[in-house]
Unconditional design. Structure first.
Length: 125
């Protein structure tokens, strides 16, 4: 199972990458997508919407189930990965290359409260 060291992880199976401009790219982990099965639909938050840490902000669906997406921090959605609207299954083959949404945090991002790769591996073991 792939768990990159350059990301931080939420217990709800989202990964977070800090971009150069302080914006956060958010996606679903390899473990998360594997548990769901092949994704067939992604419901993303609206660009410009405000989100709260741990609040539901979208849904990923497979043929067998659906799962909520959670915001990693308080902030504003600044982009969605529009390519996933037509090809949500792209996440299945490359979950860490397919961010789902990007958000501008309300305050500078801190990794405190998130899991590093080793801690995430323990969580899913």
């Amino acid at each position: 199972m792939l768990i990159p060291d350059n990301l931080v992880y939420a217990e709800t199976h989202e990964w977070v990458r800090v971009e150069a401009d302080g914006v956060l790219a958010v996606g679903i982990t390899d473990f998360g997508q594997e548990q769901l099965g092949p994704l067939v639909y992604v419901d993303m938050p609206a660009v410009g919407s405000s989100v709260k840490r741990a609040g539901e902000c979208g849904i990923v669906e497979s043929n067998k189930t659906a799962s909520d997406l959670h915001a990693p921090v308080d902030g504003e959605i600044v982009a969605i990965n529009e390519a996933l609207v037509d090809t949500p299954d792209a996440v299945n083959g490359a979950p860490y290359e397919q961010w789902i949404f990007k958000l501008k945090p309300a305050v500078p991002f801190s990794a405190e409260g998130f899991l590093d790769a080793a801690a995430y591996l323990k969580l899913i073991a």
